[in-house]
Design a protein around this ligand. Structure first.
Ligand SMILES: Cc1ncc(C[n+]2csc(CCOP(=O)(O)OP(=O)(O)O)c2C)c(N)n1
Length: 384
């Protein structure tokens, strides 16, 4: 058994500053220690996939990251690990607990995952080592983990058995300021009067100042942004559907003076709705979250989503955003973008658009890892 302090302090020495995750009882001491230390940063995510999005964003903003989860939650991470971290070549140190370890008494719901955990990591091509159980092992374990992440530019996992870390006291409760949201919903246009996604993205780009980090959701949102204008401050989230907002939050949280704009889709936003609570709790003042809502999974053939009955701005207001607007007419959308871009966030702008996209729509020709590199360079060159 090691102390939380001995592990975290070695990681601190190696430059790790951003932690995120969802708890497991095995992780209690580590999470208590990290969240009680003002020099470190622990984000409690609503799902493990969201936690991967957050550490992905923090990595792009220049931080070394740790993502913690129960092995049950590894399942929730599979999509972003395979379709974000892999193609974009983004590492994170995973600390994955081993519930259901064979021969160790545990609950039935952990049995199968306990048995398949190492095979699952192997299938995911994520190398792993046991989480260190003695202080003397920490340096060597971390040297191997760091060498792997440096060489492969992809995640590495430490598998934590029960009783690995000595108890550490629960830190004081955090408080988040309760906001009286400026909620304005002005939806009156008929569907055929609404903008197309291309027209909406053009209008948004025109209304922005040009110095924002812009993160575009999976499918045609990213493809249209790329086609309209391909710039270093654009990140096309080609995989990890639903995580654009978590990535945007990760960047905004790490770089609080860098304006960040997320352009989300309604299907993607609904897929990871929990992030609204994370954003509302941590209050990034520099985050503008735009949902382009065509009431469809337009990118995959136009299948209807449930968003026809969803008031995204009301959800953002209930989740403690500072401002939450819904607009469907060009002048009002433009005014809202201009206003919210400069207001203290987090802000949400729900834009009703019509389905459809240009007939011959391209795809990003620049590789995800190249997009990542130039986006990170943009962030470091403007870091204030
Ligand atoms: C986890 C996951 N599920 C499904 C898909 C397939 N997929 C790609 S884009 C997309 C639709 C996204 O819908 P929405 O966010 O509303 O954006 P739109 O296509 O309407 O612009 C789907 C289902 C995927 N890439 N990843």
């Amino acid at each position: 058994m090691i102390s939380a302090c001995s592990f975290v302090d070695q990681l601190r020495g190696l430059g790790y500053s951003q932690y995120a995750g969802v708890p497991c009882s095995f992780l209690t001491s580590l999470i208590n220690y990290v969240s009680g230390d003002p020099a470190l940063d622990y984000i409690g995510a609503t799902s493990e996939g969201e936690a991967i999005g957050i550490t992905f964003g923090a990595f792009l903003a220049g931080r070394k990251t740790v993502t913690m989860c129960q092995n049950s939650g590894l399942g929730n991470m599979v999509n972003p690990l395979t379709s974000l971290n892999y193609p974009f070549r983004v590492p994170t140190l995973l600390v994955v607990t081993w519930r259901g370890q064979p021969e160790v008494k545990d609950e039935p719901q952990h049995e199968q995952m306990g048995r398949i955990l190492h095979r699952l990591l192997e299938t995911l091509e994520i190398p792993c080592l046991p989480f260190p159980r003695s202080e003397a092992d920490i340096a060597q374990t971390m040297a191997q983990a760091e060498a792997s992440m440096e060489q492969r530019k992809r995640p590495f996992a430490l598998v934590m058995q029960k009783g690995s870390v000595a108890p550490h006291a629960v830190p004081g409760r955090l408080e988040s300021e309760s906001i009286k949201t400026d909620l304005q919903e002005n939806l009156s246009a008929k569907e055929n009067e609404r903008l197309t996604r291309t027209a909406a993205i053009e209008l948004i780009l025109d209304a922005l100042a040009g110095d924002e980090a812009i993160i575009a959701s999976t499918g045609k949102t990213g493809r249209e942004l790329f086609t309209i204008s391909d710039r270093a401050n654009h990140l096309y989230v080609v995989g990890g559907m639903g995580t654009a907002s978590a990535i945007g939050f990760g960047v905004a949280h790490a770089l609080p003076r860098q304006p960040v704009v997320v352009i989300d889709g309604d299907g993607a936003a609904l897929m990871k709705l929990g992030v609204f609570a994370t954003i509302g709790w941590y209050q990034p003042p520099n985050l503008l979250h735009i949902v382009l809502d065509n009431e469809a999974h337009d990118s995959t053939g136009g299948q209807q989503t449930a968003s026809g009955i969803v008031r995204f701005a009301a959800i953002a207001a209930a989740a403690n955003y500072h401002s939450a607007f819904a607009e469907d007419r060009p002048n009002e959308i433009r005014e809202a973008v201009r206003l919210l871009r400069h207001r203290t966030g987090p802000s949400l702008l729900h834009v009703k658009i019509q389905p459809s996209s240009p007939g011959k729509l391209g795809r990003p020709t620049v590789q995800p890892h190249e997009v990542k590199e130039r986006f990170s360079q943009f962030l470091s060159s403007t870091a204030k």
